[in-house]
Design a protein around this ligand. Structure first.
Ligand code: HEC
Ligand code: HEC
Length: 616
């Protein structure tokens, strides 16, 4: 970030409520512009690279391999260095924009997502999605100076130089918190409503005391295409005291109820007059006027169609150009901020995915036909990047907690009730009340457990190939190997007393296997009876335990908030393994073991046992 150029601007507005907190670049994004306007940097999640673009020639300068699933990028102060949150590798890596070389590497425990720096370029602030932490890194020595818990699944982060505060936002709750940059403690909180969801970014207004968060609302009581998911820009008032509040601006109320889906990022122009928001499922952008009025806040100015799955937007320092990152077209497009006309398209990386997986991924992220009729929802609204949305939906079958898709190719059949045996069965979801799309197949499809739907349409097979491509990732709880407690917990897990392993068996900790309908293995473990809307019976498919350290709430109906609860008050009659005889120390050990999964790659053992993953 760089404030000097705006000194005049700052002075004019200095009399407003807050000390000038800086320019919109103090917010996290998957793309950043260098303070001198020379470079653009973007992270390419699928390629595992960061691309640096020379803005004068609008040509790609370097593409640097940084590791698995890079997310946030930020120039460090006014240097040429870029900090990158490498989500899949649990590292923050530093790249030189000038040379395209990796110049630094910091181990940050787990899942770094958002990254910003202070304007002086002395400190880097990083959010850890899991376990919900803010990390401060000394930009010179690249060592961690402080860390603090800031909620859970923390993603968005913004630095206000004027207030000396760091703002963070939780992904699954959209709760915003302020951390004091000196004490490094949470000093204020803006709670959200329970339906607010998937908030991954914070942008600050340069002069008004406002923060903007793009998010969706997941209305779990209505799993249908017209009432479940809504797009919002939430405006939060940063001013202290009674003025503290938040307001959701529905993004479908602007343009004659024109529907957009999955707002992913926001950018505010340097003069604080315009706001741009990209919609990653309807592939469009709203240009909005920021109104200096606490009642209206945002007004509609224009809409443009973008490329596939736009995930980032940034405005240039001179305010004349803005840039959009189209994640599944692998390009950045520059637009004129006034006319909204495209100026240049810059290819930033090659498609690293297999063509079939790319097609499937585009469909999975799309809220347009042939996937969706009314544009509100995409598969990714509930399964963003294959992760769950942390919600329990009232589905036609009964209460259903959204599952993680990690490792699913090895854990078919699918759904809690094993009522589907292949992802191609989701043609029923696409055509049904939830998505109301035309569908990917012409003509009839068979019932989920009858004849295969595989092979009916290349696009449907592609959707399956993408859904089945999500991999398990290692638990951070066993980074140094199993702890003492986890080792004791392992004994408890495999003991004849608890019998956990009778059902949670084999490398994937489940006895469920692809089988004809009649041969499906399901168990009644005492759940499901209290839900009078359950129509598929109270026997469920044994879920894998790999990755459950980050997928609370638990069980098909989300009835257990924690693993402790699941093993104690959640199992009063010992029908879900035998847990009543465990001491509280043994329960704690067992939980520690469960949180350590997976601590080794389950696939070699599965292959040795003759198992194969489901193919596309
Ligand atoms: C409104 C939220 C929502 C949307 C939209 C949605 N899902 Fe799901 N998904 C869920 C829930 C809830 C479950 C658990 C349902 C059950 O078990 O009956 C689930 C389960 C799944 C599973 C099973 C995972 C496993 O391990 O068994 C797959 C695969 C899946 N969804 C794929 C998709 C695809 C493909 C789409 C788009 C066509 C989609 N979902 C759209 C909420 C959603
Ligand atoms: C009789 C088979 C069986 C036994 C024995 C068993 N489980 Fe389960 N387990 C299941 C089934 C079925 C579910 C899903 C129930 C539901 O969704 O309502 C489940 C769910 C779970 C979950 C929640 C996973 C998630 O993603 O929500 C955990 C954790 C778990 N079991 C751990 C254990 C432990 C630890 C033991 C031993 C004390 C154990 N189970 C014994 C069958 C079993």
């Amino acid at each position: 970030m760089h404030y000097a150029r705006f000194a005049g601007f700052v002075a004019i507005f200095a009399s407003l409520v807050l000390p000038a907190s800086g320019w919109a670049d103090g917010s996290n994004s998957l793309m950043d512009l260098s303070p001198d306007g020379k470079w653009l940097a973007c992270s390419n999640r699928d390629s595992g690279t960061v691309t640096i673009v020379d803005l004068a020639s609008r040509a790609k300068l370097h593409e640097v391999r940084v590791g698995a699933k890079p997310e946030g990028v930020s120039f460090i102060g006014s240097t040429d260095r870029i900090a990158v949150a490498v989500y899949g590798d649990d590292r923050v890596r530093v790249v030189s924009a000038a040379t395209g070389e990796l110049v630094g590497d910091v181990d940050v425990y787990d899942e770094p997502y958002g990254v910003v720096s202070d304007p002086e370029g002395q400190r880097i602030y990083v959010t850890l999605d899991y376990p919900g932490r803010l990390v401060e890194i000394d930009a010179r020595t690249l060592s961690i100076t402080r860390e603090t818990p800031v909620g859970s699944f923390s993603r968005g982060v913004a630095f206000s130089a004027g207030e000396r505060r760091i703002y963070v936002v939780d992904y699954y709750s959209a709760t915003m918190r302020a951390v004091d940059a000196d004490s490094f403690q949470v000093v204020d909180e803006w709670p959200a409503s329970s339906s607010d969801n998937l908030a991954r970014q914070i942008t600050l207004h340069p002069s008004r005391p406002k923060a903007y968060v793009p998010n969706i609302r997941s209305r779990v009581s209505a799993a249908h295409g017209q009432g479940s998911i809504f797009p919002y820009v939430t405006v939060l008032d940063r001013g202290a005291g009674d003025g503290k509040r938040r307001k959701r601006i529905p993004m479908d109320a602007f343009l004659n109820n024109y529907v957009t889906a999955n707002p992913w990022e926001i950018a505010v122009s340097p003069d604080g007059r315009s706001l741009f928001v990209v919609f990653a499922a309807t592939n469009d952008l709203f240009a909005c006027d920021l109104i200096d009025d606490d009642y209206r806040e945002i007004g509609y100015r224009g809409r443009i169609q973008l490329g596939a799955n736009p995930r980032a937007v940034r405005v240039a320092r001179d305010g004349r150009t803005f840039f959009v990152y189209n994640a599944l077209d692998f390009n950045v497009v520059a637009y004129d901020t006034q006319s909204l006309a495209p100026i240049a398209t810059i290819a930033v990386t090659e498609n690293p995915l297999d063509e079939q997986v790319l097609l499937g991924k585009r469909l999975f992220y799309s809220a347009l036909q042939p996937m969706v009729g009314l544009r509100w929802i995409s598969c990714a609204s509930c399964h963003p990047d294959g992760e769950p949305d942390s919600r329990t939906w009232r589905n036609p079958e009964g209460l259903r907690n959204t599952q993680a898709l990690a490792g699913m190719a090895w854990t078919h059949p699918i759904h809690w009730s094993a009522d589907r045996d292949e992802v191609q069965d989701f043609e029923h979801t696409i055509r049904g009340p939830l998505m109301q799309g035309q569908g990917l197949v012409r003509g009839a499809v068979s019932e989920s457990l009858a004849d295969p739907n595989k092979g009916l349409a290349p696009s449907l097979d592609a959707l399956a190939a993408y859904a089945n491509s999500h991999k398990f990732s290692f638990s951070p709880h066993a980074k140094g190997g199993l702890t003492e407690g986890a080792r004791r917990g392992r004994e408890v897990f495999y003991s004849s007393e608890t019998q956990c392993v009778t059902c949670h068996s084999g490398p994937f900790f489940t006895d469920s296997k692809p089988a004809p309908a009649a041969g499906r293995v399901r168990h009644d473990v005492g759940t499901g009876r209290s839900d009078r809307t359950e129509i598929l019976g109270t026997a469920y498919d044994t879920p894998t335990l790999l990755g459950i350290y980050r997928t609370a709430p638990y069980m098909h109906d989300g009835s257990a908030a924690t693993l402790e609860e699941l093993l104690t008050t959640g199992n009063p009659r010992d029908v879900h393994g035998k847990t009543s005889g465990l001491s509280s120390a043994q329960v704690a050990d067992l939980v520690e073991f469960l949180k350590s999964l997976p601590f080794e790659d389950p696939i070699p053992e599965a292959v040795k046992a003759g198992r194969t993953p489901v193919g596309p």
